[in-house]
Design a protein around this ligand. Structure first.
Ligand SMILES: [Zn+2]
Length: 531
């Protein structure tokens, strides 16, 4: 099967195996060929949330992108270990705990659960490790001790700081000179040797959660958590470190300094930064991915603009699939312009796919959602067998893969999916395929293969995991479904009252096709889903 792709050299050009994947490295400011340190293994780390409040759509940008990147790398033959950390000790958590008069750990547990539930709804299910800072205190303290022993850190009155001037590579990632560094001021400012030095360990104030250390009771700074946890799971040097552009300085610059100085080896081979989110009508940047993000920022406000509540309500209104699709329609390095009308548009686009999947099921007798998704590129390669429609679709598959090979260009990949959808619909129309067509006919067989290609590629993007009716079952809009069903039941009753039994039957039959049965009872018409 795999020879078919290699043999194809159509006008769109074809991708030769093994795939050459290019990644834009923020450190070198160039697209580089992805050459993992220990192929086929790839270690990947993404800075996760500070769990002090419910997440908003801005927090989902990085996870959706890196979930997709992991899917594509796996599909391309790599074994990826993906780590997303949870910051569960921090000033904001402490403030929240005082405000709500409950322990910090309880807030962290609640907000982590909220974050994970949202990730699930958006189809982010590729994370291998979700380490929490409070579970890694020993590694964090060890890390700081080592930095102090090597002369990169100094203690001042129970606090420990990293001495930026000792690291000759400091500032390379974010392109800054040490002279331009501004410290964060505050109480600690007077203890530092230079304004740009940053805290590794903070001494405890009365009533704050604290851990034992060689410098007394205290808690870690934010940056050291990522250095210690990525080291604990992925080792001294790993392949990919991701995060929002807002994290490049100071957070990633500081992680890089801590890890590089502690181990005498570079922390990361490829630094990847995703663009931030901008509200469509305000022109302000929001949706930051780190603890600087505030649920009151622009995107947070806008994501709630059409109703109360945060992201979970947005998911109820729009579905996780729409949000995922919307986020992937922009290339990850570009700014995502957010507005709920963009999600509505995503819904319209997805509906065109859902309609094709229904026609596909009618004609082939097979559910699109149950088609097996190939696990690798080779498995997904198709022999077009001289079939014109398949030839076009195989060329489009190559174009999709070439887009993903070029720094994970999901925007271009998705536009190719639309071309595939058009080709599939053209094929259906040209051969006038309907439920009555013979499932043995060559045209139906071709349709099956085209459906298989769509299954293959959309699975790489984490789309169409389940039918729209099954989406977001626990947080789902059960209420909306029941109201929509009532609309259909009323329309059917109106038709029957006017003796238009054909329309009445059509409504019932179409619902039956999607697994919904209508039951006419004395008290009215009820409905139920057939499993
Ligand atoms: Zn981090």
């Amino acid at each position: 099967m795999s020879t078919a792709t290699a043999a194809l050299s159509g006008p769109t050009g074809s991708v030769q195996q093994p795939a050459e994947i290019r990644v834009y490295n923020t450190l070198t400011k160039t697209k580089e060929l992805l050459q993992p340190i220990n192929p086929p293994r790839i270690g990947m780390y993404l800075c996760g949330p500070t769990v002090y409040a419910e997440s908003h759509i801005g927090h989902m940008v990085g996870p959706v992108i890196f979930d997709t990147i992991k899917r594509f790398l796996r599909y391309s033959g790599y074994q990826v270990t993906w780590v997303v950390n949870i910051t569960d000790v921090d000033d904001k958590l402490i403030a929240k705990s005082r405000e709500r008069k409950i322990p910090m750990s309880q807030i962290a547990v609640e907000m982590t659960a909220d974050y994970l539930a949202n990730l699930r709804e958006l189809g982010v299910n590729q994370i291998d490790f979700l380490p929490r800072a409070t579970d890694h205190m020993e590694q964090i303290v060890d890390f700081i001790r080592k930095l102090q022993e090597k002369g990169f850190a100094y203690e001042a009155d129970g606090d420990v700081f990293f001495e930026v001037a000792k690291d000759p590579h400091y500032g390379q990632l974010s392109n800054r000179s040490i002279d331009s560094m501004q410290g964060d001021g505050g109480e600690a400012a007077g203890k530092k040797r230079a304004a740009g030095d940053f805290a590794l360990w903070k001494s405890a104030r009365a009533g704050e959660p604290a851990w034992d250390s060689p410098w007394g009771q205290g808690r870690p700074g934010w940056h050291i958590e990522c250095s210690a946890m990525s080291h604990a799971i992925l080792g001294e040097t790993f392949d990919i470190h991701g995060g929002g552009l807002d994290l490049m300085f100071p957070h990633h610059e500081n992680e890089r300094a801590q890890s590089g100085c502690c181990h005498g080896a570079p922390m990361v081979k490829y630094w990847m930064h995703n663009g931030l989110m901008r509200a469509g009508d305000k022109g302000k940047v929001g949706g930051k991915s780190d603890r600087e993000a505030d649920t009151d920022d622009v995107v947070g406000k806008i994501s709630r603009s059409r109703g109360a509540g945060g992201l979970s309500d947005l998911i109820r209104r729009q579905t996780g699939e729409r949000i995922r699709f919307f986020l992937l329609r922009t290339h990850y390095r570009s700014t995502i312009v957010y507005g709920e009308d963009g999600l509505d548009e995503a819904g319209t686009s997805l509906a065109a796919f859902y309609r094709f999947f229904e026609r596909f099921a009618e004609v082939t007798g097979q559910s699109f959602y149950e088609l097996p998704a190939p696990e690798t590129r080779d498995q997904g390669a198709i022999d077009p067998r001289g079939d014109e429609a398949l030839h076009e679709c195989v060329a489009l598959r190559d174009r999709f893969l070439a887009a993903m090979d070029d720094d994970f260009n999901t925007a271009l990949a998705i536009s190719t999916l639309f071309d595939l959808l058009r080709a599939a619909n053209r094929h259906l129309d040209k051969h006038d395929l309907t439920a009555a067509s013979s499932t043995e006919s060559p045209a139906v067989e071709t349709l099956r293969v085209i459906g298989g290609i769509l299954r293959d590629l959309t699975a790489v993007l984490g789309l169409f995991r389940k039918p729209p009716l099954d989406q977001t079952t626990d947080r789902s809009d059960a209420e909306l479904t029941s109201r929509l069903m009532q609309v259909l039941i009323d329309l059917r009753k109106d038709a029957r009252d006017k003796k238009d039994f054909a329309t009445g039957d059509r409504i019932r039959d179409r619902l039956a096709e999607i697994g919904v049965a209508l039951l006419d009872k004395k008290e009215g018409t009820l409905w139920e889903r057939k499993s």
